[in-house]
Ligand binder design. Structure first.
Ligand code: ADP
Length: 616
């Protein structure tokens, strides 16, 4: 028992020693454990804090990305300011963009101090926190800006005025180049933690990327928009060109510089007489349409097209399918930069050329008419001068008579004086030759003036005269009116001479109207039938008119009131009209001006006459 007890005691002793040791060990390991636990707790707290911050950052970042993906730049900047302010627990956040070395406020969030200057921008220099962050390309953290007069003179005075203290400026960098700054402010001195600063820097980097993305996105959108506009314009232009091609108002064909006509519209096909199939088969080339003498011009056009992209319109000819030629006007433009394809615009000039030829013909006709009239004028003038010419003839004839009488006397003398008679006959011969010369001259002059009687329509003759004087009347601002009664009977007479009369009357009227300062210059030419067989032609003007006292003298030869006038016109006109069996007279027009009128008998027995010869 004792042993047991001893052993128990011993055992107790032993037990108590071991327990002590165990207890010591246990308390040590508990302290260790507690320490470890504390460390673990700290680590967990740190990890949680990091996790919270990371989550905050991630949330903010993904929120940013969401905003970026479908927002305009301003919304992105506003979101950046808001998230940044919240993340770092600052009273406000501002974003500045760097533009030509000036920092301009573009977004802000939180309680805002009043600073009007911000909108105008701050120079990016070292006097303010934002400028310093840009210059040094790193975050600038100032615990109490109000106390930093010497380091940040302007920033510090802003701080004192506006009431902010701890300030952090973080640059927004794009590939190490500052594009702006985010500025954080606290109203009290409470520096940002290293974690916060690191977080904000990461955030600033992402914000810079986001801004850049938005910028790129905007640029891309602009490019896409411009492309869409360009495509729409192109489509509209193509539609217009297509409408032009299909409208067939002018000929259009598309060609390549290897000589093929790739496409042509109906207007062009009609011009050259080909079918669409001819061109589709590729057997017809534009060189085939070109007559040999136009080949050089063709080559010049190709060079022009290659150099400038267009060919100025020029006139030329094409061969039709049947070998005939068509005159055209052609211009062309290259389709593409390589200038391998082009479009040609072709106008058919056939009608214009015909009209030109006709105009040339009628011009020629009028020139001939004018020559004829001028000739008739000369002949008629000669008629007037016949009196003075007769005088020239009379003289040698009288001399011949005198000399012949003298010759007879010499021959009748006893004995006959042959020598004197011989001499006298010599005089007679030379007088005769002088008279013959005079007669020859007259004959030469009037040779062409053989009266040519023909049936004529007086209205046609008047129209031709009006055409002749159109230039003169237009030049003098005279308006010409006609009142030509249709169905007047035809006349028989010399068209040229009668037109010469009209021409004289019209030119006198023009000259008379030119002599007045009256504005209304009007010429009226009318025709009508007065009696059954009489046709009347009237020329009325609005000139100064005729003094009653001069009415009788007007038709006298050499009566003129014009400085360079001959005074023969009206007397010649009267002779011509009278030679045609008519009458020419003058009277006053009302309210002013003169009327010259002549009547002519209609051709006898019109019904039996051949068809009227029209003057046109
Ligand atoms: P000229 O024209 O050479 O003078 P004319 O015999 O044709 O010769 O005309 C004679 C004159 O008659 C003119 O000088 C002019 O005084 C007068 N006379 C002719 N026509 C007109 C007219 N339409 N109005 C006024 N006077 C006219």
């Amino acid at each position: 028992m004792r042993n047991w007890a001893k052993s128990r005691t011993r055992g107790r002793k032993l037990h108590s020693t071991g327990a002590k040791a165990r207890a010591g060990r246990a308390s040590k390991s508990r302290a260790d454990l507690e320490r470890q636990l504390k460390t673990c707790k700290q680590e967990i707290a740190n990890a949680r804090e990091r996790l919270v911050e990371a989550t905050k950052q991630q949330t903010a970042t993904s929120e940013m990305l969401r905003i970026i993906s479908d927002s305009p730049l301003q919304s992105v900047l506003d979101a950046v300011a808001e998230h940044a302010a919240r993340l770092c627990d600052s009273n406000n956040a501002e974003i500045y963009r760097l533009d030509n070395n000036v920092l301009r406020l573009v977004a802000s969030y939180g309680e805002l101090p009043v600073h009007i200057q911000a909108r105008g921008g701050f120079p990016a220099n070292r006097d303010r926190v934002i400028g310093r962050a840009v210059c040094d390309r790193r975050s600038v953290h100032v615990h109490d800006l109000a106390a930093e007069d010497s380091e940040y003179p302007l920033g510090s005075s802003d701080a004192k005025r506006q009431g902010h203290r701890t300030t952090l400026g973080t640059p927004l960098l794009r590939e190490r180049t500052p594009i702006g700054v985010i500025l954080f402010r606290r109203w009290e001195v409470r520096p940002f933690s290293d974690n916060q600063i690191a977080l904000l820097e990461t955030f600033a980097d992402q914000a810079a990327i986001a801004i850049e993305n938005v910028r790129l996105l905007e640029a891309e959108k602009q490019r896409a928009l411009a492309l869409a506009h360009a495509n729409r314009d192109l489509a509209q232009r193509e539609a217009k060109v297509r409408r032009l091609v299909d409208a067939n108002i002018i000929g259009i064909f598309i060609f390549d510089l290897e000589g093929r006509i790739v496409e042509a519209n109906d207007a062009f096909l009609q011009m050259v007489g080909y079918d669409q199939e001819d061109f589709i088969a590729g057997s017809v080339r534009w060189a085939d349409l070109t007559p040999p003498e136009w080949r050089d011009r063709d080559e010049r056009a190709v060079t022009e097209l290659k150099e400038t992209g267009t060919v100025q319109p020029y006139e030329r000819e094409y061969f039709r399918k049947d070998g005939s030629r068509v005159p055209i006007l052609i211009g062309s433009a290259a389709f593409d930069e390589q200038r391998g394809h082009g479009v040609a615009f072709v106008l058919d000039l056939t009608e214009r050329k015909q009209a030109e030829a006709e105009a040339r013909q009628s011009e020629q006709k009028y020139r001939e008419m004018q020559t004829e009239l001028a000739h008739a004028n000369r002949v008629a003038t000669m008629g007037q001068l016949a009196a003075s010419i007769a005088h020239e003839v009379k003289q040698p004839v009288a001399a011949m008579v005198t000399n012949a009488q003298a010759g007879l006397s010499w021959l009748g003398a006893q004995p006959p004086n042959l020598e004197k008679a011989w001499q006298t006959f010599g005089y007679i011969v030379s007088d005769g030759m002088r008279a013959r010369d005079v007669v020859d001259r007259i004959r030469d002059m009037i040779k062409k003036a053989q009266p040519r009687k023909q049936l004529l329509n007086i209205n046609d003759a008047v129209r031709e005269v009006i055409e002749l004087v159109r230039g003169e009347t237009m030049k003098n601002g005279i308006s010409v009116h006609t009142f030509l009664t249709e169905g007047t009977p035809p006349l028989e007479g010399d068209r040229v001479q009668l037109q010469q009369v009209m021409l004289n009357l019209v030119m006198n009227a023009v000259e008379a109207m030119n002599a007045t300062s009256e504005d209304a210059r009007e010429l009226l030419i009318s025709t009508r039938q007065t009696e059954r067989d009489v046709v009347l032609v009237e020329v009325r003007d609005t000139g100064p008119g005729l003094a009653p006292a001069t009415l009788n003298q007007l038709f006298d030869a050499f009566y003129t009131t014009k400085p360079g006038g001959l005074g023969l016109g009206l007397s010649i006109c009267r002779s011509i009209i009278e030679a045609h069996g008519g009458r020419l007279s003058a009277k006053a027009n009302v309210p002013r001006g003169a009327i010259f009128e002549f009547s002519l008998p209609a051709a006898p027995d019109v019904a039996k006459q051949p068809a009227v010869v029209s003057a046109t």
